[in-house]
Design a binder for this molecule. Structure first.
Ligand code: GTP
Ligand code: SPV
Ligand code: MN
Length: 586
C-alpha cells in the first residue's frame, strides 16, 4: 500500500514484537469490510442485527471486566516526570517501552494484525493529522472506519513523510491487571494493551485527538479540546457556532444535536451538529477562533437516548451502526437500552449475554453502553461538517454535573476569567470511566483525563491563546443538573437547553441583559426566553441564584486542587481566585 520507509520500518518492528500470523492493510473498501464482518460474525465477535429494521447494524459485547476507560491505567510517558504534571499518571518512556514490550511479545501469534491508516480531520484540511493504528481486533477496525477517515487516500496524503502518530493495540488476554493505555508524546506513539473497549482502543479518539494532540497544540499554537461544536441558524439564515466542554456522559452528544423547542422552531431557528466530542481549534486569518471536529462518527452513550431526549442521535443509529453492551431483543433481533422507551423486551439478553427480563430489577444495558454511528447519518449534520477550514466560534461553554453551587448559566467577565472558570470546573463522575459514580471531582475544561501534559501549563496555554486571538469567543458556564432536595432535576434540559444557548448568543452580540454577581454575569429569569416552558419563576430564580456561602465552600476545594500544581500555577488564575474569594466574602 505504501513505500514510505518510516511507516514500513515501524510496522516491521511491531510485527517482530507481536508476531502476528498474518498482516492485512485496511483500504477502507466496502468489499474488505464485508469480509471482516463475516469473519467477526463467525467467531461471535459481532452479531448481525435485523437487517430490515436496522440495516448494516451489529451488536458487540465486550468482556465484562472491560466496559469503560481505565484512567488509573492510563499513562503519559516522557523522559521527565514534571512534563505530565500532578494530574496524570507518569512512567518513564524507556521503562514503559521495556515493560510493555514483554506484554506485547508474541501477543498476536495465531492472530491477524490489521493496519489502519486514518486521518483525524478531513484529508487535505490544514487541521488534519494522520495516524496509523495496528490492531488485532476486527471490532476496532469496524469502529475506526466509522469514527475516522480510513484508507488509501490517507496513505497517499502522507506520502513519504514521517509525520504520523504510531498506534499499537493488542487485545492480548484482556487481563485487567496488565491493561495499559500509554502515550509517548515525545515519540508520537500510543501503546494500548489488554483492553477491547472504546476510548482505550480506538486510538484516534481520546489517545490521539486529545492527549497527543493537546501536546502538539501547545507546541504548535492551537488547541485540542473535549468539546462538541454546534451551529444555531436564525430565521435570516445566519449561523453562529458554539463549542462546549462537558465531562464524559454530561450531555455533549445531546446538546450537539438538540431539537429546538417549538417557540424557536416556529420562528425558523435551526440547530446544526458539527461535532459531539472533540474540537480542534486554530486562530483564523480573520482573527477569530475556528474549529473542526476531527472525528467522522459518534461514539455515543446509549442509555437515556430516546426519540424524546435525542431524536437526532437515535435517527443516526438506525443503519450502519455498531452497538456495544446494550440489550439484545431476541424476538425481533434488535437492540434496547434503559431510557429508549418504556417497553423493555421480554425475550432478551442483557449486555453480558445472559437471559434477562426487566422485571428482575437489574439494568439490561451497561450504563456506559454505546453506539458507533457515522456522523453524516445525523439528520441535523452541519453542511460544514466536511469543511476544510472549519467554523468560526462565537462562544465557548463549560459545564458539568453539579447538584448545587453552579447556576444554570453564567458569563465570564473576560477571557482570563473564562479560563479561570474552566480551570475550576467540577462534576460528578459517571460510568464513562471505571470507578465510583456520582463523586464530585475537579475536571478542568473536561480535560482532566485527556490532557497530555501538565495542566498548569495547559492553563498557561489557554491564557496565551487568549492574548493571540484578536477576536476571541466569549466564555460561559452552564449546569443542566441542579437538583431539588429530593435529587430531582430542576431544569428540563435537552431541547430546552437551547433557551440558554440563545441567551449566550445574544450576550455575544450585546443584546441580552444580565446582572453582575460574585462569579460573573448571570441572567435573571426574564432574560431567558421561557415561552412554552413548564418551569415556575420560583424554580428559575432558584437555578439562577448564586449562593455565596456555597461558593465559599467550593473555594476550599479549588484551593486544594490548585495547590497540587504548586508554583507552576499561572499567576493570572491565582489572581482570579483571590477576586472570587473577595467577591464572595461574608
Ligand atoms: P461522552 O460521550 O462520554 O463524552 O458523553 P457526552 O458528554 O456526549 O454525554 P451524552 O450527551 O451522551 O449524555 C450523557 C447522559 O446525560 C445521557 O444519559 C443523557 O440522557 C443525559 N443528559 C444529556 N443532556 C441532559 C440534560 O440536559 N439534562 C439531563 N437531566 N440529562 C441530560
Ligand atoms: C468519553 O468517555 O468521554 C467518551 C467515550 O467519549 S470514550 O471513547 O470511551 O472515551
Ligand atoms: Mn467524550
Amino acid at each position: 500500500m505504501t513505500n514510505n520507509v518510516h511507516v514500513l520500518k515501524w510496522i516491521d518492528e511491531m510485527k517482530a514484537l507481536t508476531t502476528p500470523d498474518e498482516v492485512v492493510w485496511i483500504d477502507g473498501s466496502e468489499e474488505q469490510l464485508e469480509i471482516l464482518r463475516q469473519q467477526a460474525m463467525a467467531t461471535g465477535e459481532i452479531i448481525k442485527l435485523n437487517q430490515d429494521k436496522l440495516p448494516g447494524c451489529y451488536l458487540h459485547r465486550t468482556a465484562i471486566n472491560d466496559v469503560a476507560r481505565v484512567e488509573g491505567r492510563t499513562f503519559i510517558c516522557t523522559k521527565k516526570k514534571e512534563d505530565v504534571g500532578p494530574t496524570n499518571n507518569w512512567m518513564n518512556s524507556d521503562e514503559c517501552y521495556e515493560k510493555l514490550s514483554k506484554l506485547y511479545k508474541g501477543s498476536m501469534k495465531g492472530r491477524t494484525m490489521y493496519i489502519i491508516p486514518y486521518s483525524m480531520g478531513v484529508v487535505g484540511s490544514p487541521f488534519a493529522k494522520i495516524g496509523i493504528e495496528l490492531t488485532d481486533s476486527i471490532y476496532v477496525v469496524l469502529n475506526m472506519v466509522i469514527m475516522t477517515r480510513v484508507g488509501k487516500t490517507v496513505i497517499d496524503a502522507l506520502g513519504d513523510d514521517a509525520g504520523f502518530i504510531k498506534g499499537l493495540h493488542a487485545k492480548a488476554d484482556l487481563d485487567d491487571n496488565n491493561r495499559y493505555i500509554c502515550h509517548f508524546p515525545e515519540d508520537n506513539t500510543i501503546w494500548s494493551i489488554n483492553s477491547g473497549y472504546g476510548g482505550n482502543v480506538l486510538l484516534g479518539k481520546k489517545c490521539f485527538a486529545l492527549r497527543i494532540a493537546s501536546w502538539l497544540g501547545r507546541k504548535e499554537g492551537w488547541m485540542a479540546e473535549h468539546m462538541l461544536i454546534l451551529g444555531i441558524e436564525n430565521p435570516q439564515g445566519e449561523i453562529k457556532y458554539i463549542s462546549a466542554a462537558f465531562p464524559s456522559a454530561c450531555g455533549k452528544t445531546n446538546l450537539a444535536m438538540l431539537i429546538p423547542p417549538e417557540v424557536f422552531k416556529a420562528k425558523g431557528y435551526k440547530v446544526w451538529c458539527v461535532g459531539d466530542d472533540i474540537a480542534w481549534l486554530r486562530i483564523g486569518e480573520d482573527g477569530r477562533l475556528w474549529a473542526v471536529n476531527p472525528e467522522a462518527g459518534f461514539f455515543g452513550v446509549a442509555p437515556g437516548t430516546s426519540e424524546k431526549t435525542n431524536f437526532n442521535a437515535l435517527a443516526s443509529t438506525r443503519k450502519n451502526t455498531i452497538f456495544t453492551n446494550v440489550v439484545h431483543n431476541l424476538d425481533d433481533n434488535t437492540v434496547w437500552w434503559e431510557g429508549l422507551d418504556k417497553n423493555p423486551p421480554k425475550n432478551a439478553l442483557n449486555w453480558k449475554g445472559e437471559k434477562w427480563d426487566a422485571s428482575l430489577g437489574e439494568k439490561g444495558a451497561h450504563p456506559n453502553s454505546r453506539f458507533t454511528a457515522p456522523a453524516i447519518q445525523c439528520p441535523c449534520v452541519s453542511s460544514e461538517f466536511n469543511s476544510l477550514k472549519g467554523v468560526p466560534i462565537s462562544a465557548i461553554v463549560f459545564g458539568g454535573r453539579r447538584a448545587k453551587t453552579a447556576p444554570l448559566v453564567y458569563q465570564a467577565r473576560s477571557w482570563q476569567h473564562g479560563v479561570f472558570i474552566g480551570s475550576i470546573m467540577a462534576s460528578e463522575t459517571t460510568a464513562a470511566a471505571t470507578g465510583a459514580v456520582g463523586v464530585v471531582r475537579r475536571d478542568p475544561m473536561a480535560m482532566l483525563p485527556f490532557c497530555g501534559y501538565d495542566m498548569a501549563q495547559y492553563f498557561a496555554h489557554w491564557l496565551e491563546m487568549g492574548k493571540k486571538i484578536p477576536n476571541p469567543p466569549m466564555i460561559f458556564n452552564v449546569n443542566w443538573f441542579r437538583t431539588d432536595n429530593d435529587g430531582k432535576f430542576l431544569w428540563p434540559g435537552f431541547g430546552d437547553n437551547m433557551r440558554v444557548l440563545m441567551w449566550i448568543l445574544d450576550r455575544c452580540e450585546g443584546k441580552a441583559d444580565a446582572r453582575e454577581t460574585a462569579i460573573g454575569y448571570v441572567p435573571s429569569a426574564k432574560d431567558i426566553n421561557c415561552e412554552g416552558l413548564d418551569v415556575s419563576t420560583e424554580v428559575l430564580d432558584e437555578i439562577l441564584s448564586v449562593d455565596n456561602a456555597l461558593w465559599r465552600e467550593d473555594i476550599k476545594g479549588i484551593k486544594e486542587f490548585y495547590a497540587k500544581f504548586g508554583d507552576t500555577m499561572p499567576k493570572e488564575l491565582l489572581d482570579e481566585l483571590a477576586t472570587l474569594e473577595a467577591n464572595t466574602a461574608e
